[in-house]
Design a protein around this ligand. Structure first.
Ligand SMILES: [Ca+2]
Length: 286
């Protein structure tokens, strides 16, 4: 556009060799047109730059990528790094999105299906570690105000194969809690290598329980058992208020975990399954 106008004005100037006054008027007129032309083009360029700036500099809202989040945990303090997260128990409940921790690269955040919540679920895609806990380990710090016994439960799914008895478990440990055990009626079992007995049938080592889900309904459900073929519910006791560490590590590939909860007898399993309770607040200050 600039080039076209420039040559159009040049040819007009070259074709007028009449009198000096006429030349002056023509030159003045030509200069004026020339200036107007540049001004017009400069304005057009500015508008163009302005327009392209508006379309390219709009920040992309990361929250809009993927499925919408059902709920957000409230955060207190300068809380941007997951490594600093402390989940704060309130009124006898710890309610946490499992993906809110720092994970090994072989734990993949996934969002397929309808039953997940939060930003998705974590699924182990690395090697299986059926006999040895510790592979792909991560932890959640939990601040307990109300001491006592809490039941532990997570919401998990079999995301590989079509059998409810494979790809259905992950290791769990509460090493600094006052107690960590499985219970079914009068039967109470403790993890192996803690010095406490009896121990459950099936895998257990170094204070870790194998925590499994059962049944051939493979999609996400709230169920956590230990002790093979004799499912014991899982409990943790905290005698002192303070910050405790919950550890998990990979056992079966293809086991997906969406959320977990610890709850005292104020709540029932049905309350947790309803998923209407608020997520635990996240603090980043000890
Ligand atoms: Ca989740």
């Amino acid at each position: 556009m600039v080039k076209t106008n420039f040559f159009a004005h040049k040819s007009f100037y070259e074709g007028t060799q009449k009198t000096p006054n006429l030349m002056k008027r023509i030159k003045t007129s030509n200069s004026s047109l020339f200036f107007s032309s540049y001004l017009f083009c400069a304005v057009m360029v500015m508008i163009s730059v302005s327009c392209s700036k508006e379309t390219t500099d709009v920040p992309i809202d990361e929250e809009q990528i993927g499925p919408p989040s059902e709920e957000e945990a409230p955060k207190t303090g300068d809380c941007t790094d997951k490594a600093d997260y402390i989940f704060v128990e309130k009124d006898g409940l710890v309610n946490v999105q499992f993906e809110e921790a720092v994970f090994d690269a072989d734990w993949k955040l996934s969002t397929d299906g309808d039953a997940l919540s939060g930003k998705g679920y974590m699924v182990w895609t690395g090697e299986q570690s059926l006999g040895n806990p510790g592979l792909g380990a991560t932890s959640f710090r939990i601040k307990i105000e109300n001491t006592g016994v809490y039941r532990f439960i997570w919401k998990s799914a079999v995301k590989m194969g079509n059998s409810g008895t494979d790809h259905n478990d992950t290791w769990l440990r509460f090493a600094d809690a006052s107690d960590f055990y499985g219970q079914k009626g009068e039967s109470v079992v403790y993890p192996r290598d803690t010095g406490k007995t009896p121990n459950p049938e099936g895998a257990s080592k170094d204070g870790w329980f194998k925590i499994y889900r059962s049944g051939n309904d493979l999609d996400f459900k709230w169920q956590s058992s230990t002790f093979d073929n004799n499912g014991h519910d899982v409990f943790v006791r905290f005698d002192q208020a303070g910050i405790y560490t919950m550890e998990i590590s990979a056992r079966s590939s293809g086991h997906g975990i969406d959320k977990f909860a610890l709850f005292n007898d104020t709540y029932s399993k049905a309350d947790i399954e309803a998923e209407t309770l608020a997520l635990s607040a996240i603090s980043c200050e000890d």
